[in-house]
Ligand binder design. Structure first.
Ligand SMILES: NC(=O)C1=CN([C@@H]2O[C@H](COP(=O)(O)OP(=O)(O)OC[C@H]3O[C@@H](n4cnc5c(N)ncnc54)[C@H](O)[C@@H]3O)[C@@H](O)[C@H]2O)C=CC1
Ligand SMILES: O=C(CO)COP(=O)(O)O
Length: 339
């Protein structure tokens, strides 16, 4: 670590969440260096103390500095926070791996499952960097970047199989507006974060089709059931899905107009094509791609995920949201819980 107790954090990715979480770390007392892909964005962050592309109007703390040089960002970092989209995590990391320190804690903010390999982000991180999984942590919870950046109170989960790393990250990111809880169930926290994006797409579609709260509550609840089913099959603890990284994040994302996934789904529900919905979403809506990898991951362990399946049908097979909804309603009757 740099000074007496000062944690030095590198945040790689200056999008919405990278910038907001960098602000959290700086407000919690860390020295933060954020890496932006574009040198002009890094310069603007330093000079104007604002990320006007992603979080306009939010004043960034003085302890947060920016650079477009990843080596400069990574030099001497105790924490390396990975704030890039899930589908580019592997290629991003391949460019950074040589500059990582020997005992750095690697923290994933990304909520997705890799296409093709079906790997969770911590699995990708371990594979590319070769670090033991005890050095990897995850932040996941109901944390819409804009609300966190405007210092609205919220809680989150910091998960690692190493309790000391989770506690380090907890201390490094506790502020008057963010309360992190530790958790050792990395698998459950990551899956909760990835699948809720898919369910938020479905809720957005319901909203766009003009359906009300009963429909959305039904999708949220049955969405949670299929998330937990997948999680348990992959070794997660069922109670994680009742926590902040499960139900908490699911509710926030499925109900908030700030959610990119829900907004994307809403556009499809209103009859827009995928191209039209993409044209309006400059930022990452992870569920659009992750729905495919999640469904394949589930098929591999024999888990049925009917809502995810219908999101795949709409996003990748050209099925209308109204047809997908009818399909879900006409499925064979079942008990609420399967033994
Ligand atoms: N925005 C939010 O409220 C939250 C987002 N997350 C998750 O955090 C991750 C990052 O999300 P955001 O910061 O919101 O995304 P964003 O779309 O706002 O920013 C993504 C950042 O990654 C950078 N990047 C680096 N290499 C890239 C490449 N090859 N292709 C595309 N972008 C590249 C972009 O320049 C940009 O700075 C996602 O997995 C998201 O699900 C998690 C919690 C909250
Ligand atoms: O993960 C998020 C909130 O916790 C952000 O959701 P969106 O990516 O849908 O905006």
């Amino acid at each position: 670590m740099s000074g007496a107790d000062t944690v030095r954090a590198a945040v790689l990715g200056a999008g919405s969440w990278g910038t907001a979480y960098g602000k959290v770390l700086a407000d919690a007392g860390c020295e933060v260096m954020i890496w932006a892909r574009r040198p002009e964005l890094a310069a603007a962050l330093n000079e104007q103390r604002e990320n006007s592309d992603y979080l306009p109007g939010v004043r960034l703390p003085d302890r947060l500095r920016a650079t477009a040089d990843h080596k400069e960002a990574l030099s001497g970092a105790d924490l390396v926070v990975l704030a890039v989209p899930s589908q580019t995590m592997r290629t991003n990391l391949e460019q950074w791996v040589d500059a990582l320190g020997d005992d750095t804690t690697l923290v994933s903010l990304a909520k997705g499952v890799e296409l093709g390999t079906h790997k969770r982000m911590t699995e990708v991180i371990v594979e590319v960097t070769g670090v033991p999984d005890s050095r990897v942590a995850v932040v996941s919870g109901p944390n819409l970047a804009k609300e966190i950046a405007s210092e609205q109170p919220a809680a989150t989960v910091v998960a690692s199989i190493d309790p000391a790393r989770a506690e380090l990250l907890q201390r490094a990111s506790t502020t008057w507006y963010l309360r992190p809880y530790t958790n050792h169930d990395v698998v459950g926290c990551e899956l909760g974060g990835a699948v809720k994006n898919v369910i938020a797409l479905a809720c957005g579609m319901a909203e766009g089709m003009g359906f009300g709260d009963n429909t959305k509550a039904s999708l949220i609840t049955r969405g949670l059931a299929e998330t937990a089913r997948l999680g348990v099959a992959l070794g997660a603890e069922p109670m994680t899905f009742a926590g902040l990284a499960g139900l908490g994040d699911l509710v926030a994302t499925c109900t908030s107009p700030l959610s990119r996934n829900r907004t994307f789904g809403e556009r499809l529900g209103r009859g827009e094509t995928m191209e039209q919905a993409y044209a309006h979403s400059r930022q990452t809506a992870e569920g659009v791609k992750s729905c495919l990898s999640i469904l394949e991951l589930a098929a591999g362990v024999g888990v049925e995920m009917p809502i995810t399946e219908q999101v795949v049908q709409v996003c990748h097979e050209g099925i209308a949201p109204s047809v997908a909804m009818k399909y879900l309603m006409r499925r064979e009757p079942k008990p609420e819980r399967r033994s």
